[in-house]
Design a protein around this ligand. Structure first.
Ligand SMILES: Cc1cc2nc3c(=O)[nH]c(=O)nc-3n(C[C@H](O)[C@H](O)[C@H](O)COP(=O)(O)OP(=O)(O)OC[C@H]3O[C@@H](n4cnc5c(N)ncnc54)[C@H](O)[C@@H]3O)c2cc1C
Length: 459
């Protein structure tokens, strides 16, 4: 091992992992760098490919910037390799000086109310994975409900509601997989109800995404006058925050609109605290019950004791994402993140109970700071982590086998069918060709085996 070269493994080829690699390569430093980027998916870009909604092509376009980084050719990528199964922490210590975990968050946070596990009650993350064609999710999605409840007042709740309410023909120009289009075409949905426990001035929606709902073809936006009786705290929020001001403006416009002619409706209910998902005799979602809340005068809300109920046949909870623990790596169960100080992973000493740095191990992105923030935030996040990777040079691991070939030999010896940058180009071109045949930009390949075979040039 020599200290004039850093062999770095990054686990996770989402925006956080790619930005971290890019920032390190461009940084001022006194040593060479060789980076291997691993992802358990056969294609890179994480939630930009498998989270951002297909009808948001401008955001999906961030992939172009990420692709430019990979296409430079100074980062090796190994797709279809899962940390914890195909590759362990001991393996990494044998071949690298350090590792950055950029594994994001893909699961739904839980919502502990009675009935949440009933048939017909879903996590938004699972639905998003279905409509974005994630290879590890079922290809069929039960869309049999006429009335649907969506719990949450963030952008994911808006994505889910929009995809449910939008007429599927309007999604055709996007990259939605064929099975998703067919599934949505069969949906009998007429009403989507979105619930948030606080008032209109406390939502986490961003104005652009909210406004977009009002532009959906043949979908009426329904808001309720009773939710707009603002108290001083709400009025102060509108006056003091530009984002809240714009959101309020959008909602006020909807209050004035004529409704009743559209075949589908999207209802926004504020001051609604989830109480129960009510089931029928078959254990199927039949209604959603909530408690009306009221402003507490300080920007928060309190329960009023008034219980309301609405019949729905399906319910989606969009109450946040949650990270997954990684074998051998500390995990904060409460927050769903890897415990860290500015990206340096912390481990608790069993004897003293104190936290100390776990040398050679770093994290960045959603697994570092939790599932909040836009793609751009992962860049500043990566800068912070990379600063420590560079400064910690004296504490890097001393691998016994640091050569670039040794990792390839390891994966080969384990029979792992990994995909590389050329493979991603092959899959990318294949998907674009599928799209071109139907005058669409792209049609995603969904089954993992097919993705891998195409990438490896086997078909
Ligand atoms: C539904 C949804 C919509 C969104 N829409 C927008 C939007 O419109 N605009 C915006 O700016 N932001 C949006 N975001 C936020 C954005 O997606 C995140 O900020 C960003 O993707 C976080 O990046 P990340 O790299 O930390 O995680 P991710 O993008 O999740 O990437 C993590 C990567 O790690 C890989 N991985 C995980 N575990 C392992 C393992 N054990 N071994 C190997 N690889 C592993 C995963 O396969 C994945 O590729 C959205 C998020 C969601 C959930």
């Amino acid at each position: 091992m020599t200290r004039n070269k850093l062999r770095l493994a990054i686990i996770g080829a989402g925006p956080a992992g790619i930005y971290a690699a890019d920032i390190l390569l461009k940084s001022e430093r006194h040593f060479d760098v060789s980076i291997d980027l691993f992802d358990h998916l056969p294609a890179p870009y994480g939630l930009v490919r498998y989270g951002v909604a297909p009808d948001h092509p401008r955001i999906k376009g961030i992939i172009t910037a990420l692709r430019e980084v990979l296409d430079r050719g100074d980062i090796r990528i190994f797709g279809n390799v899962r940390f914890g199964e195909d590759l362990t922490l001991d393996d990494l210590k044998r071949h690298y000086n350090a590792v950055i975990f950029a594994t994001g968050a893909v699961r739904d946070a839980s919502l502990n109310i009675p009935g949440i596990d009933l048939e017909g009650s879903y996590g938004a993350a699972d639905f998003v994975s279905w409509y974005d064609g994630h290879p590890d999710y079922p290809r069929e999605w039960p869309l049999e409900a006429q009335s649907v409840a969506v719990i949450g007042n963030g952008n994911v709740a808006l994505d889910v509601s929009r995809i449910l309410a939008k007429h599927p023909e309007d999604l055709l120009p996007t990259e939605i997989p064929a099975n998703v289009y067919e599934g949505l075409q069969r949906s009998p949905v007429t009403d989507v109800h979105v619930f948030g426990r606080r008032g209109p001035t406390s939502v986490k929606f961003t104005p652009l995404e909210l406004r977009e709902l009002g532009e959906l073809r043949d979908v009426d936006m329904i808001v309720h006058d009773e939710d707009f009786d603002y108290d001083d705290a709400a009025r102060a929020a509108v006056a003091g925050n530009k984002q809240v001001l714009v959101i309020d403006k959008v909602l006020q416009q909807w209050r004035q609109r004529e409704v009743g002619s559209a075949s589908r409706r999207l209802h926004l209910h504020f001051f609604a605290k989830p109480v129960e998902v009510v089931g029928d005799e078959h254990g199927q979602v039949a209604a959603f019950r909530w408690e009306r809340t009221a402003p507490d005068g300080e920007g928060g809300v309190v329960g009023t004791g008034e219980i309301r109920e609405i019949p729905v046949q399906a319910l989606y909870r969009a109450v946040g994402y949650y990270g997954s623990p990684l074998p051998g790596i500390p995990f904060d169960k409460r927050l769903g993140v890897i415990p860290n100080h500015e990206g340096q992973v912390l481990i608790r000493d069993k004897e003293s109970g104190k936290s100390r740095q776990m040398y050679g191990v770093y994290c960045t992105g959603w697994i570092k700071r939790g599932p909040v923030g836009l793609i751009g935030h992962t860049k500043s996040d990566a800068m912070e982590t990379i600063k420590h990777v560079i400064n910690d040079l004296g504490n890097w691991w001393r691998p016994e086998s640091p050569s670039e070939e040794s990792v390839v030999e390891l994966l080969e010896s384990r029979g792992i069918r990994w995909t590389d940058l050329d493979g991603w180009h092959r899959l990318d071109e294949h998907e674009q060709a599928l799209g071109a045949a139907e005058e669409r930009a792209r049609i995603k390949v969904v089954p993992r085996d097919e993705m891998v075979s195409i990438s490896r040039g086997e078909v």
